[in-house]
Ligand binder design. Structure first.
Ligand code: HEC
Ligand code: HEC
Length: 510
């Protein structure tokens, strides 16, 4: 919370997804490819099967190019983007896991060096030595996966670390082993999906090689499925409630989960049909692309599910997505945000709107944009929505507008009751100030609820994972700050939600 904010129109989360999704796909391909190529070459040599060996050789160029060039550059990109959008989280992760990252980089160097040597020494050194380099590559690549996996799973399920703050307690957390298994399966799927293409190119042995790759794809899918079920079972009850059960808290996350599992089923079925039963079909490119898309969709879906189910935390029960530490809630509420962050109040202090804008950037911008993805004006009631509800023109549209724009906060009332409380449409147009006051009042009330929510975190047992389901807004961090901060934010948000007023008025020919 005490770092300046990188203001980015698209929203940091979106940018992170754009950089991270291709990176993790390639990274898993690099790991699985390492295993597949090493095994394939070894089998080729042992069985004296030149076609298998040739497949390993042909695949290794793609592997080298993709993993060393794209994988490495996009990996650096992830650090840059993550450091810019959530410096607090990166700082925390580095402080806790500096030796984890160090080990990771050693594995990475081994991976890169082995990859280059492997590609450069085909038919130049003895077969045995060459196979050894291939296996070294796999050790480096897999080693980097199992290390990073410890840190990533810790973010979602820190487990005993919450009590002990000990390195290994965080590393071998409840989802560590299931996620390792799942990622191993994913790595095999990614590698098989890529290697399909070099396999199908072999003129004499195409069918046989495609079946061989198909075997790996099917094995990877089954391993992924077991890993996924195990992973889900190890999540806390509260995390599971976000996307499972009769009425999951986040419907979109529940949809992501079913998408993920259907994509896995599709990858498995397509793999069995196209690669094992009619391997000739791969010559036609499209079936191969379908298999690949299904495999990517499964993996991408699961990564989204994993990230989404961590909401509102970056490190569960410890650090929120906006950089707020659970242990700082009380201190900021009493001292005030402006005293706490240092930079929020420099310059422009007299203008509550300016202060409010900064409070928004500090506390809300990690998840909400002003007008783009998860826009804050969509979350808040606006002048136009108020007008649409009251005017009810054409008849029936008011109730729809209420459902869309008001019901989430006004669960206790319905459209008819609400309209009785509200000024008429003409009154609103004549006196927009009154509507602004009403809007700011609603925003203030919501922010107060969000601030009260902090008490639940303060009172909770800090040595176990927090049950976000017990709060009014399970997917959001509490608001922190004193009354002055809260008022400033409400004033600023009031200007946004009211902006619609001028367009409505001029549009109405006033
Ligand atoms: C960790 C991410 C995150 C942060 C930080 C965050 N929000 Fe949200 N907020 C969400 C999500 C996700 C939703 C939508 C929930 C849904 O779709 O059901 C939401 C919804 C809302 C809503 C609509 C609530 C409703 O029931 O309709 C309001 C109002 C809101 N946020 C205000 C804020 C304000 C103000 C801040 C800063 C003090 C903030 N949020 C910070 C994630 C966040
Ligand atoms: C982000 C949550 C939120 C949304 C969305 C929202 N409201 Fe409210 N509204 C509140 C809160 C909180 C209060 C109570 C304010 C207070 O404490 O004074 C309130 C109060 C009101 C009141 C004053 C009377 C009363 O029931 O207390 C009216 C009228 C009202 N809202 C209308 C609407 C309409 C119409 C919409 C949809 C266009 C809407 N609200 C959308 C949070 C919201």
């Amino acid at each position: 919370m005490d770092y300046p904010i990188w203001d980015f129109a698209m929203g940091g989360g979106m940018l992170m997804a754009l950089v991270a999704v291709p990176h993790v796909i390639v990274a898993h391909f690099a790991v699985g490819g390492g295993l597949l190529i090493a095994v394939t070459e070894t089998l080729g040599v042992r069985r004296n099967d030149p076609e298998l060996r040739e497949l390993a050789k042909r695949s290794s160029l793609v592997l080298i190019l993709v993993s060393t060039v794209y994988g490495a550059i996009s990996g650096v990109g992830i650090w840059v983007v993550a450091g810019l959008i959530s410096p607090g989280a990166i700082s925390s992760l580095i402080h806790n896991y500096v030796w984890g990252w160090a080990i990771e980089w050693v594995f990475f160097i081994l991976e890169i060096v082995a990859a280059l040597v492997y590609y450069g020494t085909w038919d130049k050194i003895s077969k045995k030595a060459h196979m050894l380099v291939g296996w070294l590559y796999f050790v480096g690549a897999y080693g980097s996966l199992v290390v990073i996996n410890g840190i990533i799973t810790y973010q979602l399920t820190p487990g005993k670390w919450l009590e002990s703050h000990a390195f290994w307690d965080g590393f071998f957390n409840p989802t560590y082993w299931p996620a390792t298994l799942l990622r191993t399966g994913v790595a095999l799927m990614m590698a098989a999906a890529f290697m399909l293409f070099p396999a199908s190119k072999s003129r004499e042995a195409g069918t046989r090689l495609v079946r061989y790759i198909g075997g790996w794809l099917v094995a990877g899918s089954l391993i992924s499925y077991v890993g996924y079920r195990w992973w889900e079972a190890q999540l806390g009850e509260t995390t599971r409630a976000l996307f499972l059960g009769e009425s999951p808290t986040l419907a979109s996350l529940a949809a992501t989960r079913s998408f993920t599992l259907w994509a896995l089923a599709a990858a498995l079925v397509l793999g069995i049909v196209f690669l094992l039963i009619v391997p000739r079909s791969i010559k036609a490119i499209v079936p191969g692309i379908l298999v690949m898309v299904a495999a990517f969709a499964f993996f991408g879906g699961w990564e989204r599910l994993r990230e989404g189910s961590r909401k509102p935390f970056l490190i569960h029960s410890h650090l929120f997505s906006n950089g707020l530490l659970v242990e700082d809630i009380e201190r900021i509420n009493s001292a005030g945000l402006q005293a706490y962050t240092g930079w929020a109040s420099t310059g422009g202090l007299d203008d509550p709107i300016e202060v409010g804008r900064r409070v928004f950037k500090i506390q809300c911008a990690a998840c909400h944009t002003l007008g783009g993805y998860r826009s804050i004006t969509e979350a808040l009631p606006t002048f136009q929505e108020m007008l649409a509800v009251t005017a009810n023109d054409p008849p029936g549209s008011g109730a729809a507008a209420f459902e869309a724009g008001c019901a989430s906060c006004h669960r206790d009332s319905n459209f008819e009751e609400m309209v009785e409380f509200m000024p008429g449409a003409d009154e609103m147009k004549e006196d927009p100030e009154m509507v602004t006051d009403l809007l700011v009042g609603m925003i203030t009330g919501t922010l107060e609820q969000l601030r009260d929510m902090g008490q639940a975190y303060v009172d909770a047992d800090r040595s176990v994972q927090f049950d976000t389901q017990t709060t009014a807004y399970p997917m959001m961090p509490p608001f922190v700050g004193n009354d002055e901060d809260l008022e400033a934010l409400a004033t600023f948000l009031g200007t946004l939600t009211h902006d619609g007023a001028s367009t409505v008025l001029t549009g109405g020919g006033e």
